[in-house]
Design a protein around this ligand. Sequence first.
Ligand SMILES: NC(=O)c1ccc[n+]([C@@H]2O[C@H](COP(=O)([O-])OP(=O)(O)OC[C@H]3O[C@@H](n4cnc5c(N)ncnc54)[C@H](O)[C@@H]3O)[C@@H](O)[C@H]2O)c1
Length: 246
Amino acid sequence: MSFHGKKAIVTGGASGIGLATVQLLRERGAEVTVWDQSSTENPVDVSDPEQIEKAVALFSKVDILVHSAGIQTYGTAVSTSDAVWDRTLLVNVTAAFYVCRAVLPKMGAGGSISLVGSVQSVGAVGNSAAYVTSKHALLGLAKSIALDYAKEGIRCNCVCPGAIDTPMLRWSADQTDDPAGALAACAQVHLLERLGQPEDIARVIAFLSSEDAGFVTGTAFLADGGAMVPIGGAAFQENGTARARV
Ligand SMILES: NC(=O)c1ccc[n+]([C@@H]2O[C@H](COP(=O)([O-])OP(=O)(O)OC[C@H]3O[C@@H](n4cnc5c(N)ncnc54)[C@H](O)[C@@H]3O)[C@@H](O)[C@H]2O)c1
């Protein structure tokens, strides 16, 4: 799978899933530009449309867009403050809209957009009202773009990772009393009984960005180690109908 001659933009490319994606796309020959507020090579705050418009003006064409920038926040529908709600929706959804709006006019047939959603684009975990809402909305944006731009030969998918061992996940674990235990528990939610690695997701994004995925658009593409398979979670599997008398 070669990306020679392809121009790619990766938001959130300074860390975690985005960084692994930058490295893999570069290994496979793409010319990759990072848009990340923490980047030493090119700081861009994707929640600021003016910065995006300036950054995109440097491009005459873009073949691959990966939107991996995002933030994790916690709170229920009652305990989430207005500020946390607004910031989560701004960075995780509205920024994706700003970035796609700026990049789509630079894309032609064969263009591919991967929005990094989450298993929380299709399911929910506790105490994460704003994050879950933002990731569901991102899947809606991916479907909407897939529908509107199919006739131009542009594909758009939402990649939905399980728990991936990145600075974001480590930060989340650090919010608990037992960070090591929290990471171990995260690993166990996957059928494959391990955390995902950023490279696991980078390889999926590379596939979706390639012509090998030429018939794949508008999907919630799960890369979750099987986390979403058991109906009702492990308790249901062990005590419920999975043990039905047959
Ligand atoms: N790690 C996981 O378990 C996991 C699981 C599912 C989905 N995701 C999603 O994957 C994406 C990447 O997460 P990660 O785990 O690699 O996190 P990370 O924190 O390692 O990387 C996120 C990057 O986004 C950048 N960023 C944040 N806000 C930005 C802004 N306003 N402008 C520009 N850059 C900004 C950060 O600087 C950082 O480099 C996120 O959208 C996250 O929600 C992560």
